[in-house]
Write a protein that binds this ligand. Structure first.
Ligand SMILES: Cc1cc2nc3c(=O)[nH]c(=O)nc-3n(C[C@H](O)[C@H](O)[C@H](O)COP(=O)(O)OP(=O)(O)OC[C@H]3O[C@@H](n4cnc5c(N)ncnc54)[C@H](O)[C@@H]3O)c2cc1C
Length: 472
């Protein structure tokens, strides 16, 4: 075959990229296309946030250079209709094949269905391949051929299948003969209207390789012990890379296996389990697309939420008066990162203590996170709100003071984000309102002036949340 197009969507790498490799094997000339979807990407749309946009564009810049070495020019175009744009490029280039790696989110799936329809009419072959997961939508099903809705049996089935079908990373895309077309210039995030932000982790495919290497060499063995403490780096920080596809999930699973995930290394085993959570949520969103905006558990569809914008605003500004919540929010706003434990605490606080709809929080995280992934985000929010698959039972509500004391016992993380608490004694760092007036003056932290008083009483809010769920 003469000409093919590989459509890059969330797979910004050349190593172990299933559909890209296929394009280079099938065609003698390949171009890559990345479409800046104007309904999603630019700052003005209020969807993808500055950290993720900057992270993606950095990755695409590196990708363009790597593709050039394989004689694959990268076209980068803005469009409000990616399908139409892709078909126009295919027509201009005389492409007989369009390849891409499958996605599982409703927005992308709708686009893929449209593309398949019009491409068939234009005589263009479409190859949509499994790449972002080890097992996709119909590979892990219950005995009665239904999707799993509970994580633990899903994981058991996943591990059993993996033992008989281990997935290993595939080859790098093959080099082709030189292509006459020049690659496009990649816009900066600022050119798309975003404020300049600093990305706190290594970017691009090379950054992902380095980070996985470091994690596998030195931290994975301690993952189970360290993973819940935001003041130490016990986690991999690879989620933004997995979400942008700058690293393949197969390589991550292989690293876990090499470090003993199947030979009794508790850290590697636990890390693999988190990768399986990611995959579980992708399958949930595929089979239950309504969960993007409705509760997974049908019985909670009439649950009422308060509409108190001033409370939501305080949460958004990191001004709730609960230090672990406020520190987490300030971290996500300044870095695009938030530790998993803190995501659970802040999401539960918004939905249970502030009785605010999880969808508002989900959308806010979409805007803030560098690793935003709709399946994991919706899954995490619904879990925290008590409406999702495997959700925390409604009566298990995290207490922000106890969570802070347990997972940040010396207040190191909290102080790193809230300088106003810098000299508050350890004993009070998670409940500074308990300091008497003299102590507040001594450590320059007057409650209500330097740092807010709690905006709600956790005990009362907890009782109200439980009562609300009980009647639903
Ligand atoms: C309210 C809420 C919202 C979330 N939103 C997102 C999101 O938008 N994007 C996202 O990637 N993750 C999300 N998560 C899951 C999790 O918090 C992050 O994946 C994790 O914090 C990323 O850090 P890490 O890469 O160091 O993970 P590690 O602890 O090193 O785990 C390795 C990988 O496993 C996956 N993973 C880990 N925990 C989970 C989980 N609970 N659910 C699904 N996958 C997981 C991630 O891909 C991660 O990179 C959310 C969780 C909650 C509670």
């Amino acid at each position: 075959m003469e000409n093919a197009i590989h459509w890059f969507r969330r797979d910004f790498r050349i190593h172990d990229n299933t559909a890209l490799s296929l394009a280079t094997r099938r065609a003698s000339s390949v171009i890559g296309v990345f479409i800046i979807d104007d309904r999603w990407f630019p700052a003005a749309m209020g969807k993808m946030g500055p950290h993720q946009a900057t992270f993606w564009l950095d990755a695409i810049r590196e990708l363009k250079d790597q593709l050039a070495k394989l004689n694959i020019p990268l076209r980068v175009v803005r469009s409000t209709d990616p399908v139409k744009t892709l078909l126009e490029i295919a027509a201009t280039r005389g492409a007989q094949l369009i390849t891409f790696n499958k996605d599982y989110e409703p927005y992308q799936l709708a686009m893929d269905r449209r593309l398949a329809k019009y491409a068939a009419g234009a005589g263009i072959e479409i190859a949509a391949l499994k790449d972002a997961v080890i097992f996709d939508e119909f590979e892990i099903l219950t005995g009665s051929n239904n999707p799993y809705t509970v994580f633990t049996p899903y994981k058991k089935a996943w591990l059993a299948k993996f033992s008989s079908h281990p997935a290993a990373p595939g080859p790098i895309a093959a080099a082709l003969r030189p292509h006459p077309m020049a690659a496009d210039v990649i816009p900066t995030a600022e050119a798309l209207g975003y404020a300049a932000v600093r990305i706190p982790i290594a970017t691009g495919e090379s950054g992902a390789q380095k980070m996985l290497g470091e994690f596998a060499d030195s931290r994975i063995g301690f993952y189970k012990r360290d993973r819940d403490y935001p003041a130490i780096t016990g986690i991999s920080l690879l989620s933004a890379h997995l979400s942008a596809g700058t690293i393949s999930v197969r390589q991550c699973v292989q690293a876990a296996a090499e470090q003993g995930a199947f030979r009794g290394c508790a850290g590697a085993e636990h890390w693999l389990s988190e990768i399986i959570w990611r995959e579980f949520y992708k399958m949930v969103i595929f089979h239950f697309p309504h969960t993007v905006c409705e509760p997974f558990q049908h019985r909670y569809r009439h649950l009422q939420w308060s509409d108190r914008p001033e409370l939501f605003e305080a949460w958004k500004q990191g001004q709730t008066g609960y230090p672990i919540v406020d520190a987490a929010i300030r971290q996500i706003r300044t870095t695009g990162l938030m530790h998993n434990r803190l995501r659970m605490i802040t999401a539960m606080f918004l939905t249970k203590d502030l009785d605010t709809h999880w969808r508002l929080g989900e959308r806010q995280f979409m805007r803030w996170l560098m690793d935003y992934d709709q399946a994991s985000n919706v899954g995490g929010w619904q879990w925290s709100a008590g409406t999702g698959t495997d959700a925390a039972p409604y009566f298990r509500i995290m207490n922000p003071v106890l969570q802070g004391q347990r997972y940040d016992p010396l207040g190191k993380f909290v102080r790193s984000m809230l300088p106003e608490l810098a000299t508050v004694p350890d004993e009070f760092v998670h409940e500074p309102w308990r300091m008497d007036g003299a102590m507040q003056r001594d450590c320059h932290c007057i409650i209500g002036e330097d740092y807010p008083a709690p905006i709600v009483d956790h005990g009362q809010a907890r009782a109200a949340a439980i009562a609300k769920f009980q009647v639903s």
